[in-house]
Write a protein that binds this ligand. Structure first.
Ligand code: SAH
Ligand code: SF4
Ligand code: F3S
Length: 450
């Protein structure tokens, strides 16, 4: 068996990484890919071609875990036809289950927590001889770890913090990702510069709560300023913003720094003060609405998106009406809507999960309906305006058209003649569907010569 693995390795063993969960997980998968590719492994897209399969998992809702367990069992099942296949579980679920994972999915070879990427190479190489458990939540210093970059990738991610200190009562993230750690500003800037050298033009700075970034000297607004100075980088985005930590300094930075895009993902979760308190979110409905007004007043043309959670224990009709009411007053351009799912070990899991499933579904449907109306209104209001668009791909439906994103995050499509990937144009918006705007190009602002 070992011989076979060595032979595979010499040929460049083939690795498949499947990713579930949030943007941070996608970034972590890129870290894994970078480490493995640098060490002679080849990436494949299809499980049938793979010698090593790693599943990067999410624990945020029960459904996400069930899906990943199903996939893992299926991959382990493939070993009967392919002895020597290595199957590993990576990420938040691996951290939560630890060696229990071996009971859940007998035959699994690697169980590796979300901060264990520096040990992944060793784990894969050793997996032939015994199961490898490496669920570490160590300090993360980004030095030396570069995410894998696909050629032609114009947009990239960069993790600026890992973990979370907020302990929202429903959320498992602080338990599986550990306490919040900020990376030193210089490391982040170096990583973004290296991404830019590889063709990245737009970077999204990632953290569970980017607003609490602090490396001992610099806060998040300082980091934005430093990133804004990087030559060859055209756009800066960030997620996620916690409303309780959104400072006036950050609002000024958004207004003043030309590369920082006018989009804020600002999860509200619920509109009722009673529920927000039970959720331990650290702000009231009034605080949130005041912040929204301040952002809208200062950041011209800003788009706000959010996360919403319905069915939290004790949520009644009145509470829920307040969520709908808040949505109608903020008029989000987009939202992720979820049904509450109790997570073992969290504060809320000790409360009775007392909102019936049928009620949760009906409330979720109502939220989606309100959200679609406000997203459609947001788009309609952009007809007649001029937007700055960075073009990224051919339109999937009409390949002669080019698609890109406006600074506010909306997808914009125009007739593609004379436009290259990565070019930035001003575009006059003529028509709007809920999720896509249509327009005509006016002036080329940046030519993506490479
Ligand atoms: N750090 C971010 C997002 C964390 S997880 C923030 O603070 O908002 C992404 C989203 O999943 C959350 O915003 C929340 O809406 C949802 N979520 C978290 N725990 C959940 C649970 N137990 N059940 C259902 N949805 C949940
Ligand atoms: Fe979870 Fe709250 Fe932290 Fe977001 S801020 S990751 S919802 S605990
Ligand atoms: Fe992300 Fe899910 Fe973990 S949301 S941080 S992958 S629990």
């Amino acid at each position: 068996m070992l011989m076979e693995l060595r032979e595979n390795y010499q040929k460049g063993a083939r690795v498949l990484i499947r990713t579930y969960g949030c943007q941070m997980n996608k970034y972590d998968s890129e870290l894994l890919m970078g480490i493995l590719v640098d060490n002679g492994y080849r990436l494949v897209d299809c499980e049938r071609d793979a010698d090593v399969i790693l599943v990067n998992t999410c624990s945020v809702r029960e459904h996400a875990e069930k899906r990943a367990l199903g996939r893992l069992r299926q991959f382990v099942g493939m070993k009967s036809n392919k002895p020597g296949l290595i199957v590993g579980v990576y990420g938040c679920m691996a951290q939560r289950y630890g060696d229990e994972m071996l009971k859940e999915v007998p035959g699994i070879d690697i169980v590796a927590g979300p901060d264990s990427f520096p040990r992944i190479l060793e784990a894969v190489r050793n997996a032939e001889s015994s199961a490898q458990i490496c669920t570490t939540l160590g300090d993360f210093d980004g030095e030396g770890w570069r995410p894998y970059r696909k050629t032609n990738s114009l947009s990239g991610w960069c993790a600026i913090t890992r973990g979370c200190n907020n302990y929202c009562s429903y959320c498992i993230v602080p338990y599986v990702r550990g306490h919040e750690r900020s990376r030193p500003l210089d490391d982040i800037i170096r990583e973004v510069e290296s991404a830019v050298q590889q063709g990245v033009r737009e970077i999204t700075l990632l953290g569970q709560n980017v607003n609490s970034y602090f490396d001992g000297e610099h806060d998040f607004a300082d980091l934005l300023k430093a990133a804004n100075d990087i030559e060859g980088l055209w756009r800066i985005r960030f997620a996620t913003s916690h409303p309780k930590d959104f400072s006036d300094k950050l609002i000024s930075a958004m207004r003043e720094l030309p590369k920082v895009c006018e989009h804020v993902h600002l999860p509200v979760q619920a509109g009722s003060n009673r529920i927000l308190k039970l959720m331990n979110r650290g702000y009231s409905r009034e605080d949130y609405l005041e912040l929204v007004d301040k952002i809208k007043d200062n950041v011209n043309g800003v788009a706000l998106t959010t996360d919403l959670l319905t069915g939290f224990p004790t949520e009644n009709e009145e509470d829920f009406e307040q969520t709908l009411d808040l949505m109608k007053s903020v008029k989000y351009s987009g939202a992720f809507t979820f049904k509450y799912s109790p997570r073992p070990g969290t504060k809320a899991a000790e409360m009775e999960n007392d909102v019936p499933e049928k009620t949760k579904i009906s409330r979720l449907e109502q939220m989606i309906k309100v959200q679609q109306e406000s997203a459609a209104e947001f788009s309609r209001n952009l007809v007649g305006t001029t937007q700055e668009v960075m073009f990224e791909e051919n339109s999937p439906k009409n390949p002669r058209n080019m698609r890109g994103r406006a600074r506010n995050g909306k997808i914009v499509e125009v007739t593609g003649e004379g436009i290259k990937k990565g070019d930035v144009w001003t575009v006059k918006i003529n028509d709007a569907q809920t999720w896509v705007l249509f327009g005509e190009k006016i002036d080329k602002l940046i030519d993506n010569r490479q």
